[in-house]
Structure formats: C-alpha cells, structure tokens
Design a protein around this ligand. Structure first.
Ligand SMILES: C[S@@+](CC[C@H](N)C(=O)[O-])C[C@H]1O[C@@H](n2cnc3c(N)ncnc32)[C@H](O)[C@@H]1O
Length: 248
C-alpha cells in the first residue's frame, strides 16, 4: 500500500496512528506484498478484533455524507456495499447513523464469519471484488472502499507505469463495481494514494490506450484533517448506461 509513491506513508506508520482495540499486537506483514494475499488477511483476522484503516466513519462523515445521500430522502433507503470491509467499525457506525441497508463483503472467510456473529443486523458476504457475480447488475446506490484497492496495488511497481497484471486486476474490480452500481450510483474510495497515481486505476483505458473504458465521472477531494491527509475519490455512473462491451 505504500509502494506506489515514496512520499506516501507506510501501512505500519498508519497502524501506529489509528490502531484501536488490537493495539498491543503487531499485525504488520514481513513483506508489504503480503497485503495482496488472502492468507495474510485470514491469519490477521483470526487474532485481530477491530481495526480501522485510514480513519473512522465519524471522521469521514462530513466528507462522505453529501455523496451518500444526494439521490435519496432517507438514509435508510440508500443501498450501500462496503468492499473489503475487514473488521473495521465503518459499517457499524454508519448503521448507528441511520444507514440501514448495508451489505459488507470481503474475500476473507475468517472475517466474514466473525462479523456475521458480531453484527447480525447487516449482510456479510464472502466474495472477491474482482468477481462479484453474486450481485446483479444495478444493485447498489453506493459502493464504498476504504483502503481496499490499496491492498490490490501493493505490487504495482513504478507508479508512473504500473505493472500490467495490477492494471488488469484493478480494471476487473472497477468493471465489477460499475456493473453493480445503479444508474447515477457512486463509487466512493478513500485511499493512501495520490490522485495522479490512483486515476490510472480508476479510469482504465480501452485497447486504443486513449478512451476511457468506463463512462463514469471522476473527481477527488483532498482531506487534510484526517491522518496525514488522504484523498476521497468520487466516481459517478451516468443516469442511463449500457455496460461496457470491451474488457481491458
Ligand atoms: C487495508 S484493509 C481495509 C479494511 C477496511 N476497509 C477498513 O477500512 O479498515 C483491506 C481489506 O480488503 C480485503 N481484500 C483484499 N483483497 C480483496 C479482494 N480481492 N476481494 C475482497 N476483499 C479483499 C482484505 O481482506 C482486507 O479486509
């Protein structure tokens, strides 16, 4: 998660700043690339009860809220998917705040089983974000990612020219997110990455290398007040869309 840019903070630095109930234990991997593997997360979630990457809902609420509710009168109606939920307090806090239609997904069997028991009032689904065929097209108003694509790009190499296999994986994730969003739905992403480097992944190109594969709009906001300062990316699907016909 830190390999994209040398000026960025490392996940270990972040852990010192945001650790919660599992403070006394060290869950840092031996190698940053371990963040890419399911076995790392399964092992970590066996022991760790709760951890929030990149801040909590209370911190992000003022920045997220305008994008969470814009198309709805009531928070309860907004259909939200949290991708790579981990054991974060994000969905629990959002639920307490009135968002009652939340689905959480993660590819770690361990964390999904634990979270199902802790919070039976929400949906918990074990799934890979690069293949979300368990969700029908146009299911969600909002897909929310806090630090999840960051785990996918730890082996991206040169941030100016990321490894093709990583571009392919982030493209798969974005195409799946796009597919499961309703028209006018939004993908909200909180990340360690600087916008210039993240835009490459959020706006994958068609084979011509020029045209965007996905016709969602893109914007980023920099939030200085949280941690060392992080961006929030907002991608919005147009009101009426057909699914992309070309893959990356
Ligand atoms: C850095 S943690 C972020 C956790 C949580 N979103 C938070 O805010 O604290 C990355 C999470 O993404 C999950 N993850 C990584 N790759 C995934 C994939 N391909 N599909 C689904 N979940 C994935 C991991 O299991 C882990 O829970």
């Amino acid at each position: 998660m830190s390999s994209q840019n040398t000026t960025e903070t490392t996940p270990s630095q972040q852990q010192q700043h945001t650790s919660s109930s599992s403070e006394s234990q060290n869950f840092e991997p031996e190698n940053t690339h371990d963040y890419k593997h399911k076995w790392y997360w399964d092992q970590r979630f066996e022991k760790e009860e709760n951890y929030d990457w990149l801040g909590t809902f209370q911190q992000w609420k003022p920045y997220l809220e305008p994008y969470l509710t814009a198309h709805h009168d009531s928070k309860q109606q907004v259909k939200i998917l949290i991708v790579g939920c981990g054991n974060s307090t994000l969905s629990e806090d959002m639920y307490k705040d009135g968002y009652h239609s939340i689905t959480n997904m993660d590819y770690s069997h361990t964390v999904i089983e634990k979270m199902k028991i802790k919070h039976p009032n929400m949906e918990w689904v074990e799934m890979d974000m690069m293949d979300m065929k368990g969700f029908a097209d146009g299911t969600f108003d909002i897909v929310l990612d806090k630090g999840t694509m960051d785990a996918l790009v730890v082996d991206a190499g040169d941030p100016w020219d990321p490894e093709p296999h990583v571009r392919e994986q982030t493209c798969k994730m974005c195409c799946e997110v796009y597919r499961i969003l309703k028209p006018s739905g939004r993908f909200l992403q909180i990340s360690f990455s600087q916008p210039h480097f993240r835009k490459i992944f959020l706006n994958p190109k068609k084979q011509d290398g020029e045209t965007n594969l996905l016709d969602w709009s893109y914007k980023s906001i920099h939030v200085d007040e949280i941690g060392f300062g992080y961006p929030l990316f907002i991608l919005q699907k147009p009101p009426f869309t057909s699914l992309p016909s070309t893959t990356h």
